[in-house]
Structures are given as C-alpha cells and as structure tokens.
Design a protein around this ligand. Structure first.
Ligand code: NDP
Length: 283
C-alpha cells in the first residue's frame, strides 16, 4: 500500500483565501483584526516564532503587534504588559511566546490571560471546556488543524481505535479529546508507555506528537491506518516529522507529510481562531 498524503499546504491555501475575504469584510466595517504576542527576553526560537506569526497574519490581512520585554523583565512588568493587552479592545487575540526567562512564572501569566483572547487555547478554562465538551472558546490550533485535515479527507471517526502518542497540553491531550468527542476509542501514550510499537500497531488512527525525528517506522503501523504526524524537528537533513515517511507511507492508508502536513494548517487555524474572537464578539 502507498498512503494517500494529506496535503496541509493545499488545505491551508483554500482556508486562507476564505479568511482573507472575512478579514476584508471586517476591515470594511471598521474593525482591524489584531493579534498580539507577548515576547519575554531574547530567545531566538521565540523571536523566530514571532516572525512566523507576523507573516501568517500578513498573509490574511490581520494586524500584528509584538510586546517585547527585556531579558531581565520582572514578573510584575510582564503581568502589567499582559494586562494592557487583555484590556485593549483593539487586540482580539493574544499569545505568550515561550520560552520565557527563568525568573518568569509562565503558569501565572497563562492564568492571567483572558480566556476570550486565548486564541491558542492554553488557558485552563479553555482546556477544561474542551475536556468537559462544553464549547471551548478556542481549541489549540495544532490539534484543531489535525482534525480538520482528517475531516477534509473524509475520515470516519466513530468506533475507530485511536492512539495519540504525546500528552502535552498543546497537542497530545487536546487531540485525544477531539478524537474522543468524535467517538473514537482513545489511548494516550507517552514516554513511560510500555511496548509502544505494539500499541501503535492496534491504531486505526495514529497521531504522533513527540518531537523525536523518525521514531515511528512502518513496522509500527497497522496496514491501512490513518497517520497524523505532528512532529517537527530541524535536523541536518532538514525538517523531519516523528514518522519515517517512506516506511510509514508504505503501510499506512493516509499520512500527513512533514513538511507540508499539519504545520501549514496549524498556522491557518490560529488565524481562524483570531477571526472567531472578533466575529463572535468574544472580546
Ligand atoms: P512536548 O515536548 O511538550 O511533549 C512531547 C510528548 O512526547 C510528551 O508527552 C512525552 O512524554 C512524549 N514522549 C517523549 N519521548 C517519547 C518516547 N520515546 N516515546 C513516547 N512518547 C514520548 O512536545 P509538544 O507536544 O509541544 O510537541 C510535540 C511535537 O509536535 C514537536 O516535534 C513539536 O515541534 C511539534 N509541534 C508541531 C506543531 C505543528 O504545527 N505541526 C505545533 C506544535 C508542536 P512524557 O509526557 O512522558 O514526557
């Protein structure tokens, strides 16, 4: 079998076009959708992520604002900067970029973030609403994008055995919740899981969000399984997912490639969340 590759680039392009039309309509009505990032210190990865978000915003016509604080920023100053964004009616979505300097208590900042502006769904109110299946304000963009890719491909979820490898709050856990709400039987695996390959081989839908390049090989895959690879690791050989693409694609029925799978859709889902923040009057 050779897996059908689920292109995130193609889906992202279509979604972006629709979002750009929505943004133009909002602007014509006098609203400039605005995403703000709070960046604490001079971490290169956070700076790179901020640039990527800015580009993503520009691609659909969303305004981008960055609050950049010195590396020796105090907790009080970071909290004050965040509060200003919370209170600013012209800011519709906020992201606090990580990593932050060691003196910063991120948990405390996340708790302070207004859930209605938490477009990446990191506030416990949003995580709790998702877990309790009460319409969350926002679902984290990466798993929301993974589900969107599967839905676009016409995947039937009901009754499927789903295995999610990785239990982070931003990818693994919310992905497991989204699959559960679609009536999959869900197992969450992690670094202490015993005999991971056997567990994965039982999965009709396998989602991997670990960050270990090419950890999953074709031998771990049930023939015909649907595989969502969230992994993105920069290696000497370029960007790699958590799946060894060639061997997995030889066994799976569907596979999200890396690059070009879940990554591009994550970006668009973030913009989609931002527009929801504006259009549903969540501010
Ligand atoms: P985290 O580091 O927060 O979580 C990694 C998870 O993998 C943990 O739950 C960990 O288990 C588990 N894990 C680690 N090693 C193993 C192992 N050997 N076997 C099984 N499980 C293991 O990462 P994130 O969830 O933030 O990100 C995961 C990947 O997804 C990364 O590559 C990241 O770059 C990528 N990512 C991609 C995005 C996209 O748009 N496609 C967006 C966000 C992230 P334990 O809990 O026991 O430590």
């Amino acid at each position: 079998m050779t897996a059908q590759l689920l292109s995130g680039r193609a889906l992202a392009k279509t979604m972006k076009e629709a979002l750009a039309v929505q943004v133009a309509a909002l602007r014509a009505g006098g609203v400039a959708p605005t995403l703000a990032v709070l960046r604490l210190g001079d971490d290169k990865a956070a700076a790179g992520y901020a640039r990527a978000i800015e580009k993503n915003c520009a691609s659909v016509g969303v305004d981008f604002r960055a609050e950049v604080m010195d590396v020796d920023v105090t907790q009080a100053a970071a909290a004050a900067a965040l509060q200003k964004l919370n209170d600013d009616a012209n800011v519709h979505g906020i992201m606090i970029l990580e990593p932050a300097p060691s003196q910063i208590n991120m948990d405390s900042l996340v708790m302070q973030l207004k859930p209605e502006k938490d477009i990446d769904g990191v506030h416990p109110v949003n995580a709790g609403r998702l877990a309790a299946q009460r319409a969350p304000y926002f679902v984290p963009a990466t798993p929301a994008g993974g589900i969107r890719l599967l839905e676009e491909a016409g995947v039937e979820f009901k009754g499927k055995n789903a295995v999610v490898v990785g239990r982070s709050d931003i990818v693994g856990k919310p992905m497991a919740m989204l699959l559960l709400h679609r009536h999959c039987t869900v197992t969450i695996a992690h670094s202490r899981t015993v005999d991971l390959p056997s567990l994965c081989r039982r999965a009709d839908i396998l989602c991997v969000a670990v960050g270990r390049p090419e950890m999953v090989t074709g031998e771990w895959i049930k023939p015909g399984a649907i595989v969502v690879d969230f992994g993105t690791t920069y290696t000497a050989d370029g960007l790699k997912g958590d799946c060894e693409q060639e061997s997995v694609a030889a066994v799976a029925g569907m596979l999200t490639p890396v690059p070009g799978g879940t990554g591009p859709v994550t970006n668009v889902m973030l913009m989609s969340n931002l527009l929801e923040a504006v259009t549903k009057g969540k501010n």
